[in-house]
Design a protein around this ligand. Structure first.
Ligand code: HEC
Ligand code: HEC
Length: 412
């Protein structure tokens, strides 16, 4: 259909025809352009019309911004670089030096000290606060330091080791370079918005957050969701893993990795978002190359500077387990590569067997916790040891939490 639109319709007389043909989504943008007495781009190719239409909502604008390298100083990096929609919205780049544990910045040299978490399902994270038991929970980032997705989205462009822009005004100047952005921002956030740096920057974060709240980030269409809807069956092994995961007798997983009151409810995100110290060892390999000062400790929650109490040191926000099979490596510092290793890590707290203290990725015993205080031992020691059959079943179950679009990435 689109290719049949005659070029001549770009004249104002053809504008009505254009609106009819190109559909309702175009209407808002095109009408706006007309009522401002600005001529439509001449000639309007059909593809261009569709592109304009694509920015007609905050979500559509946010989608474009999320993928736009213009938000970084050297124009090499977008949000999607570290949160790739093709790889579970995590960072798929694997630098040999770090095993992909931490992300490379726009300057091509800076490395972070934390593993880029998935941005999928992040809209389900409650805002930072205390739960009914008085425990800190929620907020964006692994230490909860951003109250909302909007606050979070404002961080990376100005972070010197990420997108590296000097200030808000320079980011907004980049937005002004694009006539499409200019039109979309004016239409959505008011005339002259891009002339006011703070307001424009806030509008940008609103759009990105709106995009992050769409179903593209949270489709709930994994095999597990399809199983819950009666559309598909789990294998015996996956089903054993499911039973173990939600049981309070055989594992401790759902004490921390459960949002809904009832295990097995729909739209489960597999995190209660409470902060815990589970004793993750430092990632010495990543630290050897990322320039972290010797002796540096990532304290998690208190390093976010929202709440600073010694009793909170070592606590990180419990992550969602959605798409976990495609977002390796694991933990806040990417210290483990394999899902099975993660389960073995938990199992070492309860197994008395010396061989169960070994990290199969290093052949050495699991390293000591980066922060030895405040360990969640009550929860971590509340389950019996797992045998290989149960360990494998849990891994198989975690793989069923993969959104349909990533299923081809999971080794069965
Ligand atoms: C250079 C890589 C990089 C870029 C670029 C980047 N991020 Fe991130 N992102 C990270 C890392 C690393 C973290 C965790 C940092 C922390 O907790 O301190 C993170 C955390 C997040 C979180 C929090 C997830 C959670 O569960 O707490 C969201 C949401 C997010 N990023 C979205 C974005 C958006 C939107 C952009 C673009 C404006 C962006 N990121 C750009 C690496 C990146
Ligand atoms: C005491 C609460 C608690 C319990 C119990 C618990 N977890 Fe976790 N889990 C966490 C926290 C907190 C993290 C993040 C720790 C960090 O990054 O330092 C985490 C991380 C993970 C990760 C890595 C996710 C990622 O994207 O990096 C997986 C996988 C995981 N847990 C699975 C499980 C399974 C399976 C069980 C049961 C055998 C379990 N957890 C039990 C709190 C818990």
């Amino acid at each position: 259909m689109a290719s049949k639109i005659p070029r001549a319709i770009a004249s104002s007389g053809g504008a009505r025809l254009l609106l009819l043909v190109a559909g309702a989504a175009t209407l808002a943008v095109a009408a706006l352009l007309l009522c401002r007495h600005q001529p439509l781009v001449v000639p309007v190719a059909a593809a261009q019309v569709e592109k304009l239409a694509a920015l007609a909502t905050p979500e559509a604008l946010g989608r474009e911004l999320f993928h736009d390298v213009a938000l970084s100083k050297n124009r090499t990096q977008a949000c999607a670089t570290c949160h790739s929609p093709d790889y579970g919205f995590a960072d798929p780049r694997t630098l040999p030096s770090t095993g992909g544990a931490v992300s490379l910045g726009d300057d091509g040299t800076s490395l972070g000290d934390r593993n880029a978490p998935t941005a999928a399902y992040a809209s389900f994270t409650p805002s930072f606060g205390k739960d009914a038991k008085g425990r800190w929970m929620g907020g964006q980032f692994l230490d909860g330091r951003a109250a909302t997705l909007e606050d979070q989205a404002g961080g990376p462009p100005l972070n010197p080791i990420e997108m590296g822009m000097p200030d808000k005004a320079s980011v907004v100047a980049r937005l002004r370079e694009s006539p499409r952005y200019a039109a979309a921002f004016e239409a959505l956030y008011g005339k002259g918005i891009l002339d006011r740096a703070d307001d424009a920057y806030a509008a940008m974060t609103k759009s990105i957050a709106a995009f992050e709240r769409t179903d593209e980030f949270s489709p709930f269409d994994s095999k597990y969701d399809r199983y819950l809807r009666g559309e598909e069956k789990l294998t015996d092994q996956e089903d054993l893993g499911r039973v173990l995961f939600f049981s309070s007798q055989f594992t401790n997983c759902s004490q921390c990795h459960r949002l809904r009151d009832i295990g097995g409810a729909e739209k489960e995100t597999f995190s209660g978002y409470v902060f815990h110290n589970i004793g993750v060892p430092a990632n010495t390999a990543a630290r050897a190359v990322n320039g972290t000062a010797p002796g540096h400790v990532d304290h998690g929650l208190p390093d976010g500077k929202i709440v600073i109490e010694p009793a909170l040191a070592g606590k990180f926000k419990t992550p969602s387990l959605r798409n976990v099979a495609v977002t390796s490596p694991y933990m806040h510092n990417g210290v483990f590569k394999d899902l099975r290793t993660v389960i073995l890590f938990y199992n070492k707290y309860v197994s008395k067997s010396p061989k169960r203290q070994i990290n199969p990725e290093t052949g050495e015993p699991f390293g000591p916790p980066e922060v030895a205080d405040n360990l969640a031992l009550e929860e971590l020691k509340s389950a019996p040891a797992l045998d290989d059959k149960r360990i494998d079943a849990l891994v198989a179950f975690l793989k069923t939490l993969t959104d349909r679009r990533y299923e081809h990435l999971v080794a069965r």
